[in-house]
Design a binder for this molecule. Sequence first.
Ligand SMILES: [Zn+2]
Length: 86
Amino acid sequence: MENTNQYICQCCGMPLGEETFSKEPDGSVNKEYCKWCYADGKFRYSSIEQLMDFIVPHMTNENYSEEQVREYFGKLLPQLKHWKQQ
Ligand SMILES: [Zn+2]
C-alpha cells in the first residue's frame, strides 16, 4: 500500500490521505490538494486572507490562540505551491 504520509494540501497545508485527496471533475484523484480546497476543478479560496479567515476560527482552541494560529499559517501558507504560483 502506498505511503500517503508525505502528502499535504498545497493550498491549506493539511495532511492528506485516501479520504481527503481532492478529485478532478473526471473523477481522477488529485494528490496535491484536499477535497475542501479543490473540488469540481475549482479552488475554493482565491486569496490567503480568505483561507485564513476560514482556518483561524477552526484551528483556534484551548492549546492554540488565534494569534498563534495566524502566525503559524501566516508562515506556512506562502510556502505552499498553490500560493507560490500566484
Ligand atoms: Zn486544502
